[in-house]
Design a protein. Sequence first.
Length: 117
Amino acid sequence: MSSVALIPTTPDVDSLLKPSDYIDPANLRTAAPAETAATHLASADEKFSIGTWRAEPYAEYIEAYPGDEYTRIIEGRVTLTQDDGTTWIFGSSPTPTPPSRNSRPCATSESTSYCWG
């Protein structure tokens, strides 16, 4: 049996984070933020993965979210706004799970880190 791998959290994850480019510059409503990420686990077929992502404050509009995603916010807050104006602000709890193919503005007003899968 292989050993159990723990997903690190702040500040243990800091040494694993490398520059990333998950945010599409075409979607930005503000200047591009500094962003970093690390993948902690990926399936052999690469259809499933778990990792940590961190970004400085920014705002973007996602026309069609590319897939279903689980997120666990470790630090900071994320604001999601629906087309009808309904706004949700998420911190470390509850955990947002945005459905795929929905469009939405997304913004962070402070440095934010989260685990995704």
